[in-house]
Design a protein around this ligand. Structure first.
Ligand code: NDP
Length: 257
């Protein structure tokens, strides 16, 4: 009985920014548990690499090009996927950019708007578009990728624009979770610590940065994408059926200090 709650056979899932990093690991986790998964990435090149990697692991996943900042394209993709597969049961709103390292007083309008457009607006466009069919069917699970940066202020790198956008994702998750709770659609978020992906490669260009990160982390290590994908899978499957509107922190203890 309990093992069945973790299965996703017959479910259709879409993962934005699913071509690499945390998103690709989510694709793998959902596929391993039986879901039909669609990678929706801004880059077809990265998406194809992710698709090939999944094929090597024995998972046939589908691929669509999507820029989450374009609400019309998000709406169109949601309609197309429902027409193609009959439904979308799971959305992982994962696409994000960091552009870390710019002091607040130096941030340009373009920089602020670009980060918020992907990390905040894009998450809402996806939640709104994919929830529509879920609400009509009375069933669905959405997992938004927030960040511990929505709870703490990172150091030494400056990134107010990113931190503020991620805090907004957590609040959006809570509000949407409450709004859709009695209509069968659950909305939860994950707030990861520093994870070893392309996004955090800039640590190698900044002397001593990684030392500060690890010193501030009780486990004294970064996380791996699969350690976030496991939490995403849990929130996407029936094992978390009583959970909505919550942000699960997976941060190696970072927010304890
Ligand atoms: P990556 O940069 O490795 O992957 C992000 C993916 O999203 C890339 O394939 C990227 O494509 C794609 N993407 C970027 N912009 C868009 C867009 N407008 N529409 C669709 N896809 C897009 O990042 P991570 O895997 O590290 O991050 C995934 C999520 O996890 C993000 O939301 C991030 O903020 C969050 N997170 C990451 C942490 C970390 O330490 N890595 C910590 C906490 C949260 P392209 O490369 O072409 O831009």
């Amino acid at each position: 009985m309990f093992a069945d709650k973790f299965r996703l056979d017959g479910r259709v899932a879409v993962v934005t920014g699913g071509g690499q990093g945390i998103g690709l690991s989510c694709v793998q986790a959902l596929a391993e548990f039986g879901a039909r998964v669609v990678i929706a990435d801004i880059s077809m090149e990265i998406g194809r690499k992710g698709q090939d990697r999944m094929r090597e692991l024995g998972h046939e996943v589908d691929l669509r090009q999507l820029d989450v900042t374009c609400s019309e394209d998000v709406e169109a993709l949601a309609r197309e996927l429902v027409a193609t597969y009959g439904k979308v049961d799971i959305l992982v709103a994962n696409a994000g950019i960091a552009r870390s390292g710019v002091a607040a007083e130096d941030v340009t309008d373009e920089h602020w708007l670009a980060v918020n457009d992907v990390n905040y607006n894009g998450v809402f466009w996806c939640n709104r578009a994919f929830a529509r069919d879920m609400l009509a069917r009375g069933s669905g699970a959405i997992v938004n990728i927030g960040s511990m940066s929505g709870i703490i202020s990172n150091r030494p790198q400056k990134q107010t624009y990113y931190n503020a956008a991620k805090a907004a994702v957590h609040q959006m998750t809570s509000s949407l979770g409450a709004e859709w709770a009695d209509r069968g659609v659950r909305v939860n978020a994950v707030a990861p610590t520093y994870i070893e992906t392309e996004m955090t490669m800039y640590r190698h260009d900044n002397d001593g940065m990684i030392d500060v990160w690890l010193r501030d982390t009780p486990m004294h290590r970064m996380g791996r994408p699969d350690e976030i994908a496991s939490v995403v899978h849990f929130l996407a499957c029936d094992a978390s059926s009583l959970m909505t509107g919550t942000t699960v922190v997976a941060d190696a203890g970072f927010t304890c200090w």
